[in-house]
Design a protein around this ligand. Structure first.
Ligand SMILES: Cc1ncc(C[n+]2csc(CCOP(=O)(O)OP(=O)(O)O)c2C)c(N)n1
Ligand code: SF4
Ligand SMILES: [Mg+2]
Length: 339
């Protein structure tokens, strides 16, 4: 047990297990960022439960020195929901992959979001089934060649942000394995949010889908190809901080500051807390090369939280119920004889 007055270090969240991900896999960096976030939040190990399904990413649970469940493929959300509702004092983190959450677990995923159970869900998106050795996944790009699509996929991928917001999600953020500090900041914000938070992390699988996010990590060009959204700040990006986003009619548009008399004050200002999800959806859906890919917290709004609603409902019903519990009878002095 932690002494509540001691400051916990990142290392204390590392388990004794050997990390068995491939050298160079993006998962290592995400693990490190989660441990750092938990330490910076000063969480107590005994109040944290990490729940995962099946996949390379889902091996995460073994590497955490907290409580945890490595569960069944796609069922992490169901187990995590049960844990949180049974004991709302626990901090429940769910780790999942694009296959685990969006293929076999798709139904659980959307309904967990819709219910707004207070879970922190981190979705590792490497656009492939890594553990089973390289089949295409629901986020693989159209035309993607893999062992199960030798002539290229003929289906549209899911966009996790669009799916989460479409399922009435209240918190959606995006980061990348190559941006560990951004990951830590976002994980902390997600953990502090009340309700389901979805953090999509663009992750590289060096073995089966290497460089899939390379255009966004390119040393020279990454600042022109991504935008880090911050609540209350103008939507500005680029190596020279000279590009931005405006609304042209109903559409987002990339503009250059200085051209056609445009100044920073003409740019959109990010409002992550706006209830209306229209603009959040557009921001989440931006794709390179037409747009920069949005990183940071895209949507963060307050809404009733399911686990709290369960407690409220039980308390309300108990306070008006005419059914007597054993406790009531004991207080009234009733004597029960057990034969
Ligand atoms: C019921 C069931 N169906 C299929 C599998 C095989 N399986 C294990 S992991 C996996 C996909 C994992 O992909 P993802 O969630 O993207 O994780 P990654 O390995 O890429 O991190 C599949 C299909 C299984 N374990 N159980
Ligand atoms: S197969 Fe890919 S996702 Fe799995 S551990 Fe190796 S690099 Fe990571
Ligand atoms: Mg995957």
């Amino acid at each position: 047990m932690n002494n509540p007055h001691t400051i916990i270090q990142k290392e204390e969240f590392k388990s004794s297990q050997n990390v068995r991900w491939c050298p160079g896999c993006g998962d290592h960096a995400i693990l490190n960022s989660v441990q750092k976030a938990m330490a910076e939040l000063n969480l107590k190990r005994e109040e944290v439960v990490v729940v995962s399904g099946i996949g390379c990413s889902s091996r995460f649970t073994y590497y955490m020195n907290t409580f945890g469940f490595h569960t069944i493929h796609g069922r992490g959300s169901a187990i995590a929901s049960g844990v949180k509702i049974a004991n709302p004092d626990l901090k429940v983190w769910q780790i999942t992959g694009d296959g685990d959450a969006l293929a076999i677990g798709g139904n659980h995923f959307i309904h967990t979001i819709r219910r707004n159970i207070d879970l922190n869900i981190i979705l590792f998106n490497n656009q492939i089934y890594g553990l089973t050795k390289g089949q295409f996944s629901p986020t693989s790009r159209r035309g993607f060649i893999s062992k199960t699509s030798p002539f290229g996929t003929i289906e549209h991928p899911f966009r996790p942000g669009e799916l989460a917001i479409g399922a009435r999600g209240n918190f959606f953020a995006r980061s990348m394995d190559r941006k560990p500090n951004l990951c830590t900041e976002i994980f902390k914000e997600a953990a502090q949010h009340k309700g389901t938070s979805i953090v999509e992390v663009l992750q590289n699988c060096v073995i089966y889908n290497d460089k899939t996010h390379e255009e966004l990590t390119h040393k020279e060009e990454k600042h022109d190809r991504t935008i880090i959204l911050k609540h209350g700040e103008p939507m500005i990006f680029g190596k020279n901080r000279d590009k931005g986003l405006i609304l042209d009619g109903m559409q987002l548009k990339v503009v250059k500051i200085g051209e056609n008399g445009l100044t920073e004050s003409d740019l959109l200002v990010h409002d992550a807390e706006c209830q209306d999800s229209t603009l959040h959806l557009k921001l989440a859906n931006m794709e390179y090369p037409e747009f920069p890919v949005a990183l940071g917290v895209i949507r963060k709004v307050k809404a009733p939280v399911y686990d709290q609603e369960v407690i409220n409902q039980i308390e309300r019903l108990q306070s008006t119920s005419t059914i007597k519990t054993f406790r009531d009878l004991a207080i009234e002095g009733d004597v029960w004889e057990v034969e």
